[in-house]
Design a binder for this molecule. Structure first.
Ligand SMILES: NC(=O)c1ccc[n+]([C@@H]2O[C@H](COP(=O)([O-])OP(=O)(O)OC[C@H]3O[C@@H](n4cnc5c(N)ncnc54)[C@H](OP(=O)(O)O)[C@@H]3O)[C@@H](O)[C@H]2O)c1
Length: 347
């Protein structure tokens, strides 16, 4: 056990962090220190029961907790939850987490980033929203520090393919048994990532210094439009499906959790929200614009094939493997916690 390198995982109980914890713990090369607000939660308990995983209580938006969490570890995998803590806090704690890691002598830092949408789209404000741009800024900040001393790598993800069963990308079953995706996406191609694959890519980043030092690995499983999603769904399930384009004015009254909901409506309602916070509508308007117009940063699929030769290579392969049938399959811890608190109607 003592020969294993210890990795601090922040966000390890979440959709994206869970496969990373499994990949590291199962590798027999690393042990995991998992920071969680609630070590008693079902997800934390399940992960804490794995060999080579230790839970520590603390929050990602508390500097004392971060100092304690980074102390003595070899590496770190950090996915702050900007969706919950907000853009301003994610920018601050994203940078503070990196600085704390350097202060504590961490050797390899992996940051879980997302497309820096406003930059990729030419700095146009119509493409700025909170929970991607905070991560994008932090990615740029981290890579700008160079590789002397602590090594750093980034794994950049787009929307999870798994969201086809949870939240924004989920279709609605119609009375005739067909499935309808009704949303403001145009015909752009979206780089969806099967979230389980984040585990393999993250493990590769830790295993492959010096190649991974300074690398921003932009991952995707398949790059698809809603027309592709509909066609593939029908091929795989035999069920009829359609995509209906809605204007923002048509879409948001149907999609908002409640009128004028904040972007992080699932968080504690007493969370202080200053003017940096967007409403749900302000946040997801550029979200749909960016992904739905196919503005995402380019993915190097040949590199992904080399890193992960057995990766899931298509939406069709993922749908078959996951047994996807259009029904709800919870993936996000944040939404799961919300439903446990208030019942299924609230999200
Ligand atoms: N949904 C997507 O398609 C997608 C795609 C790419 C990137 N992302 C980004 O991923 C992030 C969310 O991660 P996720 O997708 O894994 O969501 P998730 O399943 O809802 O998990 C949220 C994670 O954040 C942790 N967390 C929340 N508040 C915390 C706090 N104050 N201190 C410590 N940990 C806290 C939770 O841990 P505990 O509750 O155990 O503390 C949990 O591990 C967001 O920034 C989002 O923008 C999402």
């Amino acid at each position: 056990m003592s020969e294993l390198k210890e990795i601090l995982v922040i966000g390890g109980t979440g959709a994206q962090g869970t496969p990373v914890v499994y990949a590291l713990a199962n590798s027999k090369r690393y042990r995991v220190r998992l920071l969680t607000c609630d070590p008693a939660s079902a997800r934390a308990q399940k992960l804490g029961a794995l060999p080579n995983v230790t839970l520590i209580q603390g929050t990602q938006d508390n500097q004392k907790d971060l100092e304690r969490a980074f102390k003595g570890v070899y590496g770190a995998w950090v996915n702050t939850d900007g969706f919950t803590i907000g853009e301003k806090a994610e920018t601050f704690y994203g940078i503070r987490a990196y600085e704390t890691a350097r202060c504590e002598g961490v050797q390899h830092y992996v940051w879980a980033g997302t497309d820096y949408a406003v930059k990729v789209a030419g700095w146009k404000k119509e493409y700025h929203w909170g929970h991607n741009d905070a991560k994008g800024r932090v990615t740029n900040y981290i890579l700008a520090q160079g590789q002397d001393g602590m090594k750093s790598s980034v794994i950049t993800t787009g929307p999870y393919m798994d969201m086809l069963g949870d939240g924004m990308l989920q279709p609605i079953e119609q009375p005739d048994g067909s499935f309808l995706w009704a949303n403001p996406a145009k015909d752009g191609k979206i780089p969806l990532i099967a979230v389980e694959e984040v585990g393999h890519y993250s493990l590769w980043l830790f295993d492959n210094l010096p190649e991974s030092a300074g690398l921003d690995l932009l991952v995707a499983t398949d790059i698809v439009s809603f027309a592709d999603i509909v066609r593939t769904f029908t091929e795989v399930t035999g069920k009829k499906a359609a995509h209906k384009y809605l204007t923002f004015d048509e879409y948001f009254p149907l999609a908002e959790p409640y009128p004028n909901a904040p972007s992080n409506w699932a968080a504690d309602p007493t969370t202080p929200r200053d003017e940096s916070f967007m409403t749900f509508r302000e946040n997801f308007t550029p979200w749909w614009r960016f992904w739905g117009e196919g503005k995402a940063a380019k993915r190097d699929l040949a590199l992904l094939d080399r890193i992960h030769p057995n990766r899931i290579k298509s939406l069709e392969e993922w749908m078959r493997k996951a047994g996807y049938d259009g029904s709800a399959r919870p993936v996000l811890k944040g939404l799961e916690d919300l439903k446990a608190k208030f019942g299924p109607g609230k999200s």
